[in-house]
Design a protein around this ligand. Structure first.
Ligand code: 4AD
Length: 466
């Protein structure tokens, strides 16, 4: 076998060595007896210069190279050299003097979108337009329709490599805290979160649903003495609303744990977990963060190492004092008020990440534990990044009678969840947990404006393909 060198590892340390790379034809330019090829692999690019000479590079070869279509896959043998001035158009500081090339696979010359167009920032477009240049703006829909090309941009490479690290860091932290990873069914007999957002399907002739969350099953795992559990898996919501932050399928990062004394034990896990995720991303993904930032500039996330917790009632008061008189102390917060509260919290506590606790009972699902001190409230919480929700969670009801009563009050047919309610009849442990939306965490950490940017192949009310 040959020795392959990844493009991103081409540095001046390899000066004068012959290397073999595989990548895509990013651009190609012919000039007299030479051809300049920029080869891209992942987000990294390097220039390869072929000059006609007596021995290895023939005229025909240069002609052949000049005719290669963009995005074709090529194997290139070349000698590393360090140009006197860094090449502004590539990510690597060195170039290759081309010796041999082999086209592994040719791309159609009629590309629906170009990677350069898809990778251009709004700022670069605006600056170019001032100078009279004309650029193609690639719309969100066009990107998603041609996702396998769109995903090749450095920013998208960064986003999904960061996303991979978020779920990795989620796993690492919870495993270090003695959580057990579980897998629960996605084909289930009834709704798990209540409400209308359930996908119905036929299960071999019997009505069934796609799981709206692992909620009921992760709780049953606690009743089965696993102590602390987590799951990374798909969540399905038949959301008809077409917004910047709702998908019909997303990735849920869920955990559930026994509570010994107080539901704040769950909040302690969240604070530790997210400090570990944020610090981990900053430490491990510097290149990826820069790639995202150069297409979608953002303010780095501010967070407090000790966390920040605010009671719902106090949050409402902050809103009232700031003039948002319609904030309802016993209802839920609208998206707009969540954002406003986020701004107020940032001004007062200098953090983009905070936990709002003790929500009114009207705003929470049936399984949420009412507050022992004031039954109008609950032992529940939402977590926000930059004023938008990324997590919701709570202590859960573990007495079967109260659970049956609350389910009925919330309009749930208890027959469909009888196995779940039964699980609490055989000795039930106090417990709580939370559900995190992976795409939301990545979107808000990077201050992106649409959840479709952080879902590789997003599903929404109008999109079932690709
Ligand atoms: O707030 P949700 O619906 O809560 C639950 O599913 C509970 N079982 C969690 C728990 O353990 N108590 O969803 C949890 C998180 C939200 O905070 C949000 O980040 C994300 O999942 N989420 C969505 N993400 C994308 N598209 C949607 N339609 C989402 N709905 C919720």
């Amino acid at each position: 076998g040959h020795k392959w060198t990844p493009v991103r590892t081409l540095t001046s340390a390899l000066d004068k060595q012959e290397v073999l790379i595989r990548g895509r034809v990013h651009t190609v330019r012919a000039k007299g007896k030479s051809a300049f090829l920029v080869v891209r692999e992942g987000g990294a690019t390097v220039q390869v210069a072929f000059f006609v000479d007596e021995k290895v590079v023939s005229k025909q070869m240069v002609k052949y190279i000049s005719g290669l279509s963009k995005e074709s896959i090529v194997d290139v043998w070349g000698v590393v050299s360090v140009p006197p001035e860094a090449l502004a158009s590539t990510t690597q500081q060195v170039e290759l003097s081309g010796r041999k090339i082999y086209a592994v696979n040719k791309a159609t010359p009629q590309l629906p979108i170009s990677v350069d167009d898809a990778a251009r920032s709004e700022q670069a477009i605006a600056e170019g337009e001032k100078k009279g240049e004309k650029y193609v703006r690639v719309s969100q829909d066009t990107r998603l329709n041609n996702r396998s090309i769109d995903l090749r941009t450095p920013a998208n490479q960064g986003i999904f490599r960061i996303q991979s690290q978020v779920s990795q860091l989620f796993r690492e932290y919870l495993l270090s805290q003695k959580f057990v990873e579980i897998h629960t069914p996605k084909l289930i007999s009834g709704s798990s979160e209540g409400g209308a957002s359930v996908f119905h399907l036929q299960y071999l002739g019997q009505p069934a649903c796609l799981a709206q969350s692992p909620q009921l099953y992760k709780q049953m795992a606690i009743m089965a003495d696993f102590g602390r559990v987590f799951e990374v898996g798909p969540v399905f919501r038949a959301e008809k609303s077409f917004t910047h932050r709702h998908l019909t399928e997303f990735t849920g990062l869920d955990f559930e744990m026994e509570i010994k004394e107080h539901y704040e034990e769950v909040l302690d896990v969240i604070d530790g977990l997210f400090v570990s995720i944020f610090e981990g991303i900053n430490a491990r993904c510097q290149e990826e963060l820069e790639a995202v930032n150069s297409q979608y500039p953002y303010e780095p996330l501010q967070f407090l190492p000790q966390g920040c917790r605010i009671k719902f009632a106090d949050g409402i008061q902050m809103l009232h004092e700031a003039g948002f008189k319609d904030a309802d102390p016993h209802g839920d917060l609208s998206t707009e008020l969540e954002r406003e509260l986020g701004k107020l919290v940032k001004e007062k506590y200098h953090t983009d990440f905070y936990i709002l606790t003790d929500f009114p009972i009207e705003a929470r699902p049936f399984y949420t534990m009412p507050s022992p001190v004031d039954p109008r409230y609950t032992n529940s919480f939402d977590v926000f990044i930059r004023g938008e929700e990324i997590i919701s969670g709570a202590q859960r009801i573990h007495e079967p009678e109260l659970l049956t009563k609350r389910a009925t009050e919330c309009g749930i047919d208890v027959k469909t969840i009888s196995a779940y309610i039964d699980a609490f009849k055989y000795g039930a442990l106090p417990h709580g947990g939370a559900g995190v939306g992976l795409e939301r965490v990545v979107m808000l950490f990077l201050a992106l404006n649409n959840i479709r940017k952080t879902s590789m192949f997003p599903r929404d009310p109008q999109r079932l393909t690709p």
